[in-house]
Design a protein around this ligand. Structure first.
Ligand code: AVJ
Length: 332
């Protein structure tokens, strides 16, 4: 069997510190010595979407990708199947780096066509997903090296010294889970990973009918609702909090101005949640919402502009037949 390496680029307790910081920043009302001012409770509560993905959350996400309403995974797979040979020809990649690789399921289509590939570097925060996917891949592909990285792709990445050309892929539309300023910083950091001859492959979900978008994030079977609420069980387990997931409703709304879907958890009553690890009590008003994810949808001109701002040229643009999803390639 070919080699499988797993590298944790961050110490284990970094995850814990990052979760604490995110929960504190997103849920705590800033309070001075005096009583809470009326305006303070108006600060919208937020949690970043990366905390969905513990082992259970990663499983739920895999279930989402199979839902009839959740089209992005199927649309992107359709493009990959149709275009993998062109991507291989345009890049000649010997190293494939995949940011936020998850189960690496769609990547197989790319791996099939990248005939000169030396090493696959999946990067993800989920150790369970990396190990499962990596072990399965090396068992199937005797000539492939897999060097998995447990890392947060939004931080500066230290990549293993593998042969070029390097193809960095960021699929699934996950770039849409970053806020605009985070996207700018992320694309700039991707650019620093690329040398002449390297390339960047980006998956973006596209703006479409509101009813189609909302259904994709509020499925009839309730899997997305369970996925959304899973972030509360993660905070319960990691920080000893006492969130009752049943005390919140799943909400998915389209923001037509920002062109993104927001997932929120809406408090069903006035309640106070204790978070002992942070010595924190968080008040929720009846109906108060906690934003857990934005999922931005794109247009070609916007993608081109954001890539250009990072010094990347849009060299190829492919969509599925129905024009729901796009893959962009930038060859440096
Ligand atoms: C594939 C991770 C980008 O925003 O569509 C799915 C995550 N959230 N359903 C997306 C997700 C709710 C997803 N990403």
């Amino acid at each position: 069997m070919s080699p499988f390496l797993l590298t944790r680029t961050l110490p284990e307790d970094t995850t814990d510190a990052a979760l604490r910081a995110d929960v504190l920043h997103g849920l705590a009302v800033p309070r001075g010595a005096g009583p809470a001012r009326p305006g303070e409770t108006a600060k919208p509560k937020t949690l970043p979407p990366k905390w969905f993905y513990d082992a259970h959350g990663s499983e739920l996400f895999e279930k989402i990708t199979e839902l009839p309403e959740y089209y992005p995974t199927r649309a992107e797979r359709e493009i990959l199947i149709a275009r993998a040979a062109e991507i291989a020809a345009a890049t000649g990649a010997r190293t494939l780096v995949e940011l936020g690789s998850g189960s690496s399921e769609k990547t197989r289509h790319l791996l099939d066509e990248l005939t000169g590939l030396h090493t696959y570097v999946p990067v993800d925060v989920s150790e369970s997903a990396l190990t499962q996917a990596g072990q399965a891949l090396i068992a199937e592909r005797p000539n492939l090296n897999v060097h998995a990285l447990i890392a947060d792709f939004t931080g500066g990445l230290a990549l293993p010294g593998t042969p070029g050309p390097r193809l960095v892929a960021f699929l699934g539309g996950t770039i849409g889970n970053l806020l605009p300023a985070e996207r700018t910083a992320f694309l700039a950091s991707v650019r620093t990973l690329l040398s002449p001859g390297d390339a960047f492959l980006l998956g973006t979900d596209l703006v479409k009918d509101e009813s189609v978008l909302v259904a994709a994030y509020d499925d009839a079977a309730g899997v997305t609702a369970e996925f959304n609420k899973n972030v509360l069980t993660v905070v319960n387990r990691e920080l000893g909090a006492d969130f009752d997931p049943d005390a919140f409703d799943h909400v998915a709304v389209w923001d037509a101005e920002k062109e993104w879907i927001e997932m929120r958890l809406r408090s069903r009553t006035a309640q106070t949640v204790k978070i002992p690890a942070l010595d924190l009590a968080v008040d929720f008003a009846d109906g108060e919402e906690l934003r857990t994810e934005v999922s931005a949808k794109f247009r070609k001109d916007g993608v081109r502009a954001e890539l250009a701002a990072a010094g990347l040229d849009l060299t190829h643009w492919w969509t599925d037949e129905e024009g729901r999803f796009a893959l962009s390639l930038s060859v440096v």
